[in-house]
Design a binder for this molecule. Sequence first.
Ligand code: NI
Length: 224
Amino acid sequence: MLIAIPDILDAAALARVRGIVESANWIDGNATSGHQSALAKRNRQLPEGSAAAREAGEIVLGALQTNPLFVAAALPAKVFPPLFNRYREGEAFGTHVDSAVRLGPGGLRVRSDLSATLFISEDYDGGELLIEDRYGTQSVKLPAGHMILYPSSSLHRVQPVTRGERIASFFWIQSMVRDDGARRILFDLDNAARAVAAAQGHDHRTAIELTGVYHNLLRRWAEA
Ligand code: NI
């Protein structure tokens, strides 16, 4: 399931993140690559654990925690500290799959169920994120401050930037519900239950029953 989440960062948060990352020191993006993706990646990124990455990452994490759509769609158990990359003209990231387990600071271990790209800049051409799912290849390019969530199991790539500079934050989420299909059912049920509650009132018997089914399925499927 691909889910676009609008306005993760508002204008003020976006300006703060841009201010932090644009003045930071960037390194070759292959610092975090596995062998396979190192062959395909041409970009730069903020060093993992650097002061700039931590500071900007905290802003992103804070915004995620208070975003109801993100929480409902991802059912997050652990979020990898956000990383940041930038692609100049001619830079790209060829087809690859993300590593299944990411190791982070302090012994953190995150199974990548979901991958996230949060767009920080928007004044560029090219640079689309192409995600192959079972329905074909989806091309994703969102306004700054918006984020796409997609299954980490998918093959994906970033098209060459042909003008300007593409800056984004990217990270991985371990979900309480590992299976993408089960997570999708919960997301649909959550939306349906909310719609019934909005139309009929939160104390309507059917709204309460649907909410009960949601929580009973989550109880059955959640790992944490
Ligand atoms: Ni990737």
